[in-house]
Write a protein that binds this ligand. Structure first.
Ligand code: CP3
Length: 358
């Protein structure tokens, strides 16, 4: 059979998509951010043979590691395509390396606002077709078992990595830019927004069934800064996707915004047009529901560190969490990515416990 984006196997488990769109479900859907990753020995085995970005760029490898957690954990209700948010800066012409034990490193980060002009916006999405190819291949190989999530980094989070040259505890350089060069910062955020919209549309054309936007560095922003440097772009992305899918006569897909540390702005996030808001573990489920109202799905939010507790404790914490959120308009997840040393059994207990709640 030829693997095209037209002849996908039918979807057998649509809990995730139903919950995202506010339709009743038999069981609460569950998936885990970073579910394909270093806590899995089978992922480590692939990484021992191939560089991180080689895995991202090789559809067969990206597909294989996307499927790994599904083989091990029968209760997972979704898959997320294996890639990274930093493929966008790469497509804009920047070099990004993944250093074991360190994380992403940009040997030449943006040092001056004049360097914004060196970014290669033209053709950026055409340099990311390998992500689309990985999505199309995975939609076939997954045989309709669960839906496939596509994703991107949000403009502010991507800009932060491009300026800092990697992860940063303080984001001091980025904050300096916000302070000194707000006009140029907005120019860069707009550029990233344009690329992100076309990139996500390409992911949907390739077979992505839900899109998640990671604003992982929102925890560095005050409510005021979030309103100025994140919200307008997140809204443009949501509206841009809707308009372009309509223009191309493609089916609409639900979208999730995960702004880590954005608990101070849930009222604003609820007005951005996203079907689902992802929560980190600092947010109380009952308070969050009060703020966002009943027309939004919530996703989250067990502390990833809780997966280091005993199976009995994990089960209790998970069931408590699901009961607080309630069964309607809810997707169970962690409050951030699963960490590398997490015991394999903890994932079994977490995912199984979610489905036990009736
Ligand atoms: O969720 C999944 O299973 C899909 C794959 C995925 C990866 N990165 C693979 C990865 C996703 C959705 C991401 C998103 C991502 N990447 C984010 C947003 C989510 C978040 O955690 O806040 C961010 C900030 C990045 C940038 C990035 N990539 C960092 C900071 C690091 C190093 C630290 C870490 O958590 O691992 C990476 C590396 C990375 N991305 C790994 C994986 C499996 C591990 C690298 C390795 O294999 O050596």
């Amino acid at each position: 059979m030829e693997y095209t984006n037209k002849n996908f196997p039918p979807l057998k488990n649509d809990r995730l998509l139903k919950a995202a769109c506010g339709i009743e479900v038999d069981k609460v859907p569950v998936w885990v951010m970073r579910q394909a990753g270093r806590y899995l020995p089978e992922f480590q085995a692939v990484r021992a043979q191939h560089d991180f970005f080689t895995v991202c760029r090789t559809p067969e490898l990206a597909c294989e590691v996307t499927l790994q957690p599904l083989r091990r954990y029968e209760h997972l209700d979704a898959s997320i395509i294996f890639s990274d948010i930093l493929v966008i800066p790469q497509a804009l012409g920047m070099t990004v390396e993944m250093h074991p034990g360190v994380g992403p490193v940009f040997p030449e980060p943006l040092k001056d606002i004049s360097e914004i002009d060196n970014l290669k916006e033209d053709g950026a999405v055409s340099r990311l077709t390998y992500v689309g190819d990985a999505i199309t291949l995975t939609r076939h190989k997954i045989e309709g078992k669960v839906p496939l999530i596509g994703f991107t980094g949000a403009p502010f989070t991507l800009m932060g990595y491009m300026i800092e040259g990697g992860g940063s505890k303080t984001m001091s350089k980025t904050k300096d830019w916000l302070e000194k060069y707000p006009k140029d910062v907005h120019r860069l955020l707009s550029l990233l927004t344009r690329v992100i919209i076309d990139y996500l549309v390409m992911q949907v054309e390739s077979g992505a069934q839900l899109l998640q936007v990671f604003e992982s560095s929102a925890d560095h922003l005050s409510r005021e800064q979030f309103i100025e440097f994140s919200v307008p772009y997140l809204k443009d992305i949501r509206n841009g996707i809707k308009a372009k899918l309509e223009e191309k006569q493609l089916d609409q897909v639900p979208m999730t915004i995960f702004a880590k540390g954005g608990g101070h702005s849930l009222d604003i996030q609820a007005e951005m047009g996203y079907e689902t808001i992802g929560l980190d573990w600092t947010v109380d489920p009952v308070e969050a529901r009060k703020i966002v109202g009943n027309n939004i799905t919530l996703q989250g939010n067990l502390d990833p560190q809780d997966l280091y507790k005993t199976p009995e404790e994990i089960k209790k914490l998970t069931i408590d969490m699901v009961q607080k959120f309630g069964k309607h308009r809810y997707i169970a997840n962690l409050g951030h990515g699963i960490t590398p040393q997490t015991p394999l059994e903890s994932m079994t207990v977490f995912t199984e416990s979610v489905h036990e709640v009736v």
